[in-house]
Design a protein around this ligand. Structure first.
Ligand SMILES: O=P(O)(O)OC[C@H]1O[C@](O)(COP(=O)(O)O)[C@@H](O)[C@@H]1O
Length: 412
């Protein structure tokens, strides 16, 4: 157990300093300090804490850790690699190496989306004043493509991936015959907002390669490996690029979030074993679409807005229009994040996020069925998606008619 006390905040706190995970750690741990301090004083003098000083981005922090109980080298902080490695939950060398390369790719994407030079990459000649003047809204934007290339190169370098299927590619890319894993990814979700510096995210799902398909022609086995049901996921993760860069992962035993420490380049465990609240008080949806919704969904939203649902509180609305950011907030605060029309992808978005939601005690639904029980039939298959607190999702599903059938291809 560790306690952190802010000793001194130097005048030159950098932008990186504000994004450091230790700031969250500080408030989180200070609240525990009062009760735990007296408990430990009386309980075990032999395990008296050792005081250390550490300085992160101009912020001096005093850390006390119990040397006799330390599995973190005494620093009090654990990186993703330490957490998932042999000294931690031990996900196995292959997955650990793969995650090392995934972390590297996402740090590169984080730098890219935050770069002052990304606007020349991200700007589309056909977008005037924020309104798409010509091509379809789903056309890949340059930053999506760059992110896709970064991920592909990291997956190739890992030596651990047989096939990558990406939202940006029409067909899956076969990488290596003996790679143990299949990776599905949405390289940069929410990128339509990138010029306004609104949060974006990357999503990953990881399956085992289906060795029983090894004899098939490459195209066929690439396709079938990528179309596995979400119930077969061995790991999933998203990375949120926001005021902090957060990598939230599950290896099938809980959902854990790690925050990028820009001073060391490590993802630090800041939210072990995340549990989504059973109920939230927030709904997240693009409700300009209200008049295209079916009756059941309108009734549900009208009811919870007025505080007349099973949870007798008036719900608030929050909608960033960036799936990873809306989902991340929902995971932390509870409630329901939804897109009721056939828009989000089963393979790249719905399955990995539903696995993360379930591992945190939440639910992922298409309004009628558990997402992870669906068998994908097409790589780019789209569907309505509802993610969130278990009691909120159950209540929403009880309205029956919540999937938006009218999908006119909205302009923004
Ligand atoms: O336009 P809507 O229905 O509000 O959809 C917004 C959703 O679309 C996304 O932008 C993904 O769509 P794209 O794949 O077209 O970028 C999500 O990040 C967001 O949650």
């Amino acid at each position: 157990m560790i306690y952190a006390t802010i000793i001194n905040m130097q005048s030159s706190i950098t932008a990186a300093g504000y994004a450091t995970p230790f700031i969250r750690q500080r408030t989180h741990l200070l609240s525990k300090q009062r009760t735990s301090d007296s408990f430990h004083l009386h309980r075990d003098r032999a395990r008296r804490p050792i005081r250390k000083m550490a300085s992160f981005s101009g912020l001096s922090v005093s850390i006390r850790s119990h040397a006799s109980n330390s599995d973190d080298g005494g620093s009090g902080f654990r990186t993703l690699t330490e957490y998932a490695g042999k000294g931690g939950i031990d996900v196995g060398d292959d997955l650990l190496i793969l995650f090392d390369h995934i972390q590297y790719a996402c740090k590169r994407i984080a730098a890219l989306v935050a770069s002052p030079f990304n606007s020349s990459l991200g700007r589309r000649s056909d977008v005037v004043g924020g309104v798409d003047a010509g091509t379809g809204r789903d056309d890949p934007k340059p930053l999506d493509i760059v992110s896709n290339e970064i991920i592909l190169s990291s997956l190739c370098n890992s030596g651990k991936v047989a096939v990558m299927a990406s939202e940006e590619d029409d067909t899956p890319i076969w990488i290596s015959n003996d790679g143990p894993f299949v990776v599905v990814t949405d390289p940069l979700d929410g990128s339509r907002n990138i010029d306004a510096s609104i949060p974006t995210g990357t999503i990953f799902g990881i399956y085992n390669r289906l060795v029983e398909l090894d004899h098939l022609p490459t195209d066929e086995k690439a396709q079938l490996n990528s179309l596995q049901s979400g119930s077969r996921l061995v790991a999933a993760a998203y990375v949120l690029y926001s005021s902090a860069t957060v990598l939230c992962a599950t290896f099938g035993s809980g959902t854990h979030a790690f925050t990028l420490d820009h001073t060391t380049g490590d993802f630090i465990l800041t939210h072990p074993n995340l549990r989504i609240p059973l109920r939230g008080q927030i709904y997240s949806v693009n409700d300009a679409r209200y008049f295209d919704w079916p009756e059941g969904l309108r009734q549900y939203i009208d009811t919870i807005r007025q505080g007349k649902g099973k949870y007798p509180k008036k719900y608030s609305a929050r909608y960033i229009c960036s799936l990873v950011a809306d989902f991340h907030r929902t995971l932390l605060y509870g409630g329901v994040a939804m897109n009721p029309r056939d828009h989000l992808r089963l393979v790249y978005e719905a399955n990995p996020l539903s696995f993360l939601a379930e591992q945190a005690g939440g639910k992922g639904s298409d309004g009628k069925n558990r997402i992870l029980s669906l068998q994908p039939v097409k790589l780019h298959q789209r569907l309505p998606l509802f993610l969130g607190s278990p009691e909120d999702i159950e209540e929403l599903e009880s309205y029956g008619d919540v999937q938006q059938k009218v999908n006119p291809g909205y302009e923004v």
